[in-house]
Design a binder for this molecule. Structure first.
Ligand SMILES: Cc1cc2nc3c(=O)[nH]c(=O)nc-3n(C[C@H](O)[C@H](O)[C@H](O)COP(=O)(O)O)c2cc1C
Length: 393
């Protein structure tokens, strides 16, 4: 596919909207209840402008960042996303390949549909995100599977103790477990390239997509309710489990969904290696503040060198630069990567990452900052910054 006309991440969103059935696009695009947090995740970037420097000499620009001794060529990764099989045939693999081929992190969702062992065999290097139950025996068995698959980074999502109220999915007739209906069939028929290239191809080659990585063993089809339930026991998960996991898990341990400085402090005390500041892309608690707005408070609560990661609403290189200036080391993108993969597989998701990389490079130069590691709040509008962080500088 010729991707030359795709100039920005928004172009991929528009193309995905045309390509995907209404219900599938709605699943990716949507938030919860009134979508307050989805809207706030974008609006927050308008509240913070730049204060660029000039004549600094920016010929040798670098946007590479170091996390736990690993050098990433760009401060960007792909966030975990579940049930991607409805967007593209073996979509998790495409996302993994796109990130890996660019040396960037990819987080495989626990609710994904390609076996993590296949992804670890080639391209390898995936981080794993768990939707964990508060059940130590099961946790121990899942951890054994991750270790066998040579997973190095375990991300535990903390903001999903119960299912969110995704009214838009219900209105579109889209539920998990997935229930086929005439309405969904018609929706599919109106999108023939998706019906042939995704739906029928997946059924023919692999059968009904399954939750292959949610449990210690490959899980059930997305049309069935598993014995354990999808979310069974998640509301029992506590920091005590995280401390216990810390003792069990030899790799890096990250908590995703941290929004409060107090929780960031606990994460540090309990030996976590990083946190991802996130409101789940506005897909859990509607009305939760944007992650970018939570970042300054969290930055102030953790030691200087503690890696802070963030996601939610990042669509431009300048968005990434604002988060880095406020103290984030890595920025994850969700929907845009999935739109890219929906439109053009690994190539499309890769182009999304490339566009962000180019935008970061160009805007670093325009900011007068040669090395992204030197970016700080001095590059932000001081008046806006003061009200943004809600306390004196
Ligand atoms: C379709 C979709 C599925 C998602 N599934 C998961 C998941 O399985 N686990 C998880 O921790 N977060 C999940 N998320 C949230 C993302 O990891 C991330 O926090 C969010 O998408 C970032 O916001 P953005 O989409 O605006 O970039 C999902 C998001 C989307 C859009």
């Amino acid at each position: 596919m010729n991707l030359t006309p795709f100039l920005s991440l928004a172009d991929f969103e528009a193309a995905a909207r045309r390509t995907l059935p209404h219900a599938v696009y709605g699943y990716v695009f949507g938030g919860t209840e009134d979508s307050l947090s989805v809207k706030a995740n974008r609006a927050v970037f308008d509240r913070l402008g730049f204060r660029p420097r000039g004549l600094t000499g920016v010929a040798n620009r670098s946007q590479s960042v170091n996390v736990w001794g690993t050098e990433y060529p760009s401060p960007v990764g792909i966030a975990p996303m579940g049930v991607t099989a409805i967007c593209r045939y073996r979509c998790d693999m495409d996302l993994a390949v796109a990130a890996r081929s660019r040396g960037l992190p990819y987080v495989l969702s626990g609710a994904s549909n390609v076996a993590l062992e296949d992804i670890q065999e080639n391209p390898g290097g995936a981080w794993y995100q768990g939707y964990f139950p508060g059940d130590k025996q099961r946790l121990e068995r899942i951890v054994q599977r991750l270790l066998r698959a040579n997973v190095q980074v375990l991300v535990v999502t903390s903001d999903t103790p119960v299912a969110a109220n995704r009214e838009n999915n219900q209105r579109n007739g889209f539920t998990i477990p997935f229930r086929p209906s005439w309405r969904l069939l018609l929706d599919g028929m109106l999108h023939p390239s998706w019906s042939c290239g995704v739906f029928l191809k997946t059924l023919r080659q692999d059968g009904i997509p399954r939750f292959l990585n949610l449990y210690e063993e490959p899980g059930p089809a997305i049309t069935a309710e598993p014995e354990q339930g999808f979310r069974g026991g998640r509301d029992l998960l506590t920091w005590e489990h995280m401390s216990w996991l810390r003792d069990l898990w030899p790799g890096k341990l990250v908590v995703k969904g941290i929004m409060h400085p107090g929780d960031a402090e606990i994460a540090v005390k309990r030996g976590m290696d990083a946190v991802i500041v996130s409101n789940h892309g506005g897909r859990q608690l509607d009305g939760a503040m944007p992650a970018l707005a939570a970042l300054p408070g969290i930055k102030a609560a953790v030691p200087e060198d503690f890696p802070l990661m963030i996601d939610g609403g990042f669509r431009r290189g300048t968005d990434v630069l604002k988060a880095v200036a406020l103290g984030a080391r890595l920025v994850f993108i969700g929907r845009p990567a999935l739109y890219g993969a929906s439109v053009a597989g690994a190539e499309g998701a890769g182009k999304v990452l490339d566009i962000l990389r180019q935008e970061i490079d160009r805007n670093l130069a325009l900011l007068g900052c040669e090395n992204i590691n030197e970016l700080n709040t001095d590059y932000l509008d001081p008046v806006q910054l003061r009200s943004f962080i809600g306390r004196p500088l």
